[in-house]
Design a protein around this ligand. Structure first.
Ligand SMILES: [Zn+2]
Length: 65
């Protein structure tokens, strides 16, 4: 059955890609708290905020935890 083999191949690809996505999320899913050294604004983010949305200071964020 050609159809059966085709479906199996596709599921294999889907399974492999969803595994790698889960691994990526697990690694990047850890949130950190960043605090602006200029005004004290706190933000939960995975990456360091480039600009403070409250006072507009650039590169003012430091990791709080
Ligand atoms: Zn600020």
């Amino acid at each position: 059955m050609g159809l059966g083999a085709d479906a199996e191949g596709r599921y294999g690809v889907l399974y492999a890609s969803s595994l790698s996505v889960t691994r990526e999320l697990g690694r990047a899913g850890k949130m950190a708290v960043w605090q602006c050294s200029a005004c004290g604004f706190e933000k939960d983010a995975r990456c360091k905020p480039q600009k403070c949305p409250q006072c507009g200071a650039k590169a003012s964020f430091g990791k709080k935890e």
